[in-house]
Design a protein around this ligand. Structure first.
Ligand SMILES: [Cu+2]
Length: 151
């Protein structure tokens, strides 16, 4: 009989430093809204050079901003708030209509095509948070896709 020893390998994680991930955001845009429409969507492509997560978004011109995910539930498109969107190292993650998106809520006035909406993304990487400032330009709605929002 051999007595087996479990060897517990201890991997020491590199000490966390103040080093921040390099985040690049491209093609940021906001869907222009109709008068009386209290919510709008913002979309963009995000790439990080380190594993990171988008954990929050705010804007100086929008009272409330949430990160949502839209999914088909049977025949119904539903959206829900998510706590974070994973940004795997080197992968371009799209926030786009029909998937993850940024929800602009409690709008006081419509967003017109050409408006520029400043957004502050809160990105977490290696236990540290950093912010990324993004300017998203509003585009007119091309199609007639109207979303019913539960809020
Ligand atoms: Cu939404």
């Amino acid at each position: 009989m051999k007595h087996g020893w479990m060897i517990a390998a201890v991997f020491s994680l590199a000490a966390q430093t103040a080093w921040a991930a390099n985040i690049s955001v491209t093609d940021a845009w906001v869907r222009a809204t109709m008068p009386g429409q209290p919510v709008g969507g913002a979309y963009m492509q995000i790439q990080s050079d380190a594993d990171a997560r988008l954990v929050g978004v705010s804007s100086s011109v929008v009272p409330r901003v949430e990160v949502h995910e839209m999914k088909m539930d049977g025949d119904v498109m539903r959206m829900r708030e998510v706590k974070a969107v994973d940004l795997p190292k080197g992968k371009t993650v799209s926030l786009e209509p029909g998937g993850f998106h940024i929800m602009l809520m409690n709008l006081k006035k419509p967003i017109a095509a050409g408006d520029v909406i400043p957004l502050t993304l809160v990105i977490e990487s290696g236990g540290k948070q950093q912010t990324v400032e993004v300017k998203a330009e509003a585009r007119a709605m091309g199609g007639a896709m109207q979303m019913q929002h539960p809020h």
